[in-house]
Design a protein. Structure first.
Length: 202
C-alpha cells in the first residue's frame, strides 16, 4: 500500500481507477435479493440490478440496503481516489469508473444498475455543491415530466454545465460529459417508455 501511495502519479491514477471499478462491480442488489430468498434480481421487475428495482421487486429491506450500499461504494471509491491520487483527475476518474463497474457489471454478464445512487455517493465526496445542485435538477425534471426515471436520465445531462459553472475547468467539463453519458445510456429504455406513454413518478 505504501509503495502505491509513494509511486508515480500514473500508477496512483490507475490503481484508484481499478479500485473504483471493482467497488462499483459489487452487485449489492443481486446479493441482498439472494440473501432474503427472493431470487435473481435480473429476473424480477425491470431486470435492473439497482436499488429502485430491488426496492419495487424484492421489498423494502433489500431495496434500502442496495441503495445505501450503492451510495456508499460510490462515496468510498472517490474518497480512496482522493487519498491515493490527490484531488482533481483521480477522484473524477474514480467517479466514472465506479459508475462504469456498477452499470456494466463484469460479474453479472455486464448487467447492472443505472448509476444514480453510486453517482450521487461519489458526487457527495467529490463536490457537495455539485451533488446538491444535481439532486435538485433531477428532482425538478422528474416532477415536470411526471416520470422519475426519465427525469433522472434527462436531468443528469446538466452535470457538465454544473461543472462548468462551478469550476470553469475543461477536465471537470469533460469528466461531466463522460459520467452523464454513462447514466443517460442506461436510461434509454426509460426514454422509449416515456414516448410510448408509460410514466411513473413514484
Amino acid at each position: 500500500m505504501l509503495s502505491i501511495i509513494t509511486g508515480g502519479v500514473e500508477m496512483r491514477l490507475v490503481v484508484s481507477a481499478l479500485l473504483a471499478g471493482l467497488l462499483g462491480a459489487f452487485p449489492s442488489g443481486y446479493v441482498f435479493t439472494k440473501l432474503i430468498g427472493a431470487g435473481d434480481i435480473r429476473r424480477l421487475g425491470s431486470g435492473n440490478v439497482g436499488g429502485v428495482n430491488t426496492l419495487k421487486s424484492a421489498g423494502m429491506l433489500p431495496g434500502l440496503l442496495t441503495l445505501l450500499c450503492d451510495f456508499g461504494k460510490g462515496a468510498l471509491a472517490v474518497y480512496l481516489a482522493g487519498v491515493l491520487a490527490g484531488p482533481g483527475a483521480g477522484p473524477l476518474l474514480a467517479l466514472f469508473c465506479v459508475i462504469l463497474g456498477h452499470n456494466y457489471n463484469p460479474f453479472l454478464g455486464f448487467q447492472g444498475g443505472k448509476g444514480l445512487a453510486a453517482g450521487l455517493g461519489g458526487a457527495v465526496v467529490l463536490s457537495p455543491p455539485v451533488a446538491a445542485i444535481m439532486l435538485l435538477i433531477v428532482a425538478l425534471a422528474a416532477l415536470l415530466l411526471r416520470d422519475a426515471n426519465t427525469g433522472a436520465g434527462i436531468g443528469v445531462a446538466a452535470l457538465p454545465v454544473v461543472f462548468w459553472f462551478l469550476y470553469r475547468d475543461w477536465l471537470w467539463i469533460l469528466g461531466g460529459v463522460a459520467v452523464a453519458g454513462l447514466i443517460i445510456l442506461k436510461h434509454r429504455h426509460d426514454f422509449q417508455a416515456y414516448r410510448a406513454g408509460r410514466r411513473q413518478l413514484f
